[in-house]
Every structure is written in structure tokens, then in C-alpha cells.
Design a protein around this ligand. Structure first.
Ligand SMILES: [Zn+2]
Length: 425
């Protein structure tokens, strides 16, 4: 850390002294099971923390009156009553610097089968330098680190020459509508950092992601005459097989240079399946929900058409489905990808901060998933990237985040605040 001047030394020391607060706050967020629709208590914890740290706070609603026509809005079948994002704002103490948004999502995915977890997923546990729990990595520790990076600058005795906004959003895991609402409410900046748990890297590319739902009808019978019925569950299998072929076709087709290093960058996932009501009745309805990704130079409508055509072709080869075509809905993610140059000024500053702490350049990260960067990159002022802690088993059992990496994120962000926003003595 030879490159640090004495002001930056003070900021790093202040950050290190906040480690217990960062872990305590991260743990309190993990203890709130903020799955889809149940985010209120985690938002409350964050809002209270922001107020205590001296931020001005605002609840930012996802208001369909303003957002429904936004090109980035994703229609969803659920509502937004009493669901919101929380924003903390620190105005500039002096002019002259560049503004910054620090964004993180408070929603988490379901813990899945509890048998696979060593501990209660919503009971944070620290073991051997790791914090365990659903959301520990994705991405409540990152949120704690980013908020306390702002606090570290203050504790070190500095003001800032530009406004800083910290955002805790919902629906990163399903639509991206939360971050979009913050952007639409005017909370954008000259740079945006998101501490997603991809490690201390600089994200330059992410794929597009869409969700869809396919519903099929069968013909119900008692199993004694099953051969005269149509099993709605089993008739899904050839449709899924056709979609799997589309996935292969997309991976085998032309791809951007950045994605040539991957064996299989684009992934189809059938993540939800339902149907039937009784082991001895031929099911008359089944539905499955899927997620498919696509390269950054492709748009949502193109892939949507490909999915519709693929299912149509599969249905034409089946006597029942050709007469009873599946219903296809597109809800949730319709998030196009993006690709940006590593040479953006915000990325260079971030890399400088990383190098000051580690002695090496930060690697670039090419993402095969989507993040809330989409809102800022496609509809905002850009210069948005992810740099976050090291986590394991995100979306799986025994999710955990490496505590030293959380502290590294806090320190890097604190240095970034000093360099990008500018300090006031
Ligand atoms: Zn995440």
C-alpha cells in the first residue's frame, strides 16, 4: 500500500476499524428473509441504518403509472403495493467532484431444500473467515461494505466534493424493475458501482436474460383408460427438448469476441415445473418457467421470436399440440446485455484503487448472467460496473462470503470515493 498518501491512509484505517460494524450490519440483513414479496423487513433494517449514519433517506416506489411504458420495464404478474426501494443520499459538501451511485439488491432467492443447509439459511453464522447465510454473498455483505465505505470517509474526517447515493433495491433477481425505478426517480450519477459477489474484478460485459412461461393443456382421464388421454406433463418434454436445441444453436452461432473463451456461455434453465393433481389421474394441465440468456449484441425481441418459433415448430410435429397450442408468456427479465470498454474513466479509477491496495491490476469480468448494471448502462449515464466480494454457492445451499474480501471491497470503495468524488478536509 505504498502508493497511499496520508489522507488515504486515514481512510483505510477508518475502514478497518469499521469491520465489526460491517459484519454486524451484513448479519442483520441476512437475518431478514427478503425473498420476492417479503423484502419489507430488510428494507427497514437498511433504512434505519442509513438514518443512523446520517444519510437523507427516501423510499422509492415502483410506480407503474410512470414505469409501465419505460422501454426497460419488465411486466410481472405480481403487484407493487407496499414494496419499494430505499435510497440514502449524501449531498456534496463542496462542488468540483464527480457524483457516484452505490447500488445493491436486498432481494434474495429462495433457500431451496433445507436438508442441504448446515445451518438455518436466515441465521447468519461466521466460521473460519466466512459469513454463511442466504444473501450473505448475493449480496448483503456487499451492501454493508458499500455503505460503510461512505461512513469510513466521514469517520476519517472528510467531506466530499460530489453527492453520493446508496441504493438498496428489490427485484434484481427477477425483473430489474427496482433499480430501474431508482434511475427513473433521478438517482443516477457519473459512475455506478455494484458490489455483486463476482470478486474484485471489473465487469465489462454481461449477457441478456429473459424469462418465459409455457402452459400446456392435456386431456384428463382415469388411468384405467390412460391411452385415450393426453398427459400434459409428459407432453412438455418434447417442447423442452426443442428449447434445448435452440440453446445449442445460440451457443454454436456467431458470438462476440469476449465470449469466445467460454465453452457454453448461454444457458437455458427450466427452473419451475408444475402440473397434475393426482397419481392416478392423467394431468390435464402443466406449466414450466424458463430462463434463457443471449449475447449482448442481440435484443430481447429477437430471442422472444426464436422461442415462439421453436415452440411452434415442436407443436406442429405433435398431433395434440398442433390442435391445442401451448400458451407462451414472457414475464420478468427481458434485460438486454451490454459490452463496454475497459478504458472508461470510472473503470480506470477503480483499477487504480484496486492496485493501490493489492499491487496488481483488477481482472476484467465477462458475465454470463445479468445484473442491475443493465438499468444504469442502457438507460442511465453509464460507467457502471460490478466489483465485489468473493462468495461461494450463491443461489445454492450453504451460501457464504469470504470476510477479508468484504473488507477489501469496503476499502476499495472508500478509496474510490476519495479519488472519484474528491475529498473536503
Ligand atoms: Zn446478485
Amino acid at each position: 500500500m505504498a502508493d497511499l498518501d496520508h489522507r488515504q491512509q486515514r481512510i483505510i484505517e477508518a475502514t478497518e476499524k469499521l469491520e465489526a460494524d460491517i459484519l454486524d450490519f451484513a448479519g442483520r440483513l441476512v437475518a431478514e428473509p427478503s425473498t420476492l414479496g417479503d423484502e419489507a423487513s430488510a428494507l427497514q433494517v437498511m433504512e434505519t441504518e442509513l438514518k443512523q449514519l446520517g444519510f437523507e433517506t427516501e423510499k422509492v416506489a415502483i410506480d407503474l403509472r410512470f414505469l409501465a411504458d419505460h422501454p426497460g420495464f419488465a411486466p410481472v404478474p405480481w403487484g407493487y403495493e407496499n414494496r419499494y426501494n430505499v435510497v440514502g443520499y449524501r449531498p456534496a459538501d463542496l462542488e468540483g467532484g464527480r457524483s457516484l451511485v452505490l447500488n445493491g439488491h436486498l432481494d434474495v432467492v429462495n433457500p431451496g431444500c433445507l436438508d442441504f443447509w448446515q445451518d438455518d439459511p436466515f441465521h447468519p453464522v461466521i466460521k473460519d473467515g466466512w459469513l454463511y447465510g442466504r444473501g450473505a454473498g448475493d449480496m448483503k455483505s456487499g451492501i454493508a461494505a458499500m455503505i460503510y465505505a461512505v461512513q469510513a470517509v466521514k469517520v476519517a474526517g472528510f467531506g466530499m466534493q460530489a453527492p453520493v447515493t446508496v441504493q438498496g433495491v428489490i427485484e434484481e433477481e427477477c425483473s430489474g424493475n427496482g433499480a430501474l425505478a431508482c434511475l427513473h426517480a433521478g438517482y443516477d450519477a457519473e459512475a455506478t458501482l455494484i458490489p455483486e459477489p463476482f470478486g474484485p474484478t471489473i465487469l465489462t460485459h454481461q449477457v441478456g436474460v429473459l424469462w418465459f412461461k409455457v402452459t400446456v393443456r392435456g386431456a384428463s382421464r382415469h388411468v384405467l383408460s390412460a391411452s385415450s388421454g393426453i398427459n400434459a406433463i409428459e407432453i412438455c418434454f418434447p417442447i423442452i427438448a426443442a428449447l434445448r436445441s435452440l440453446e445449442t444453436e445460440l451457443n454454436d452461432g456467431p458470438r462476440p469476441e469476449a465470449y469466445k473463451q467460454f465453452d457454453h456461455p448461454l444457458n437455458l434453465n427450466i427452473g419451475l415445473f408444475s402440473g397434475g393433481s393426482w397419481p392416478s389421474s392423467v394431468p390435464d394441465e402443466a406449466a414450466f418457467h424458463g430462463r434463457l440468456s443471449y449475447f449482448p449484441d442481440v435484443r430481447f425481441n429477437e430471442i422472444r421470436q426464436k422461442i415462439i418459433q421453436t415452440i411452434k415448430r415442436a407443436s406442429e410435429n405433435n398431433r395434440w399440440l398442433s390442435q391445442n397450442p401451448p400458451e407462451i408468456e414472457f414475464y420478468g427479465f427481458r434485460s438486454d446485455g451490454h459490452a463496454v470498454a475497459r478504458s472508461l474513466p470510472a473503470f480506470e479509477t477503480l483499477n487504480d484503487c484496486h492496485r493501490m491496495l493489492t499491487g496488481t491490476n483488477a481482472e476484467s469480468y465477462i458475465a454470463t448472467c445479468t445484473t442491475d448494471l443493465r438499468a444504469f448502462q442502457l438507460f442511465g449515464r453509464g460507467q457502471a460496473t460490478c466489483y465485489g466480494p468473493v462468495a461461494e454457492n450463491i443461489h445454492g445451499a450453504n451460501e457464504r462470503v469470504h470476510i477479508p474480501s468484504v473488507m477489501q471491497v469496503a476499502k476499495t470503495y472508500a478509496l474510490f470515493l476519495s479519488r472519484w468524488c474528491g475529498l473536503v478536509e
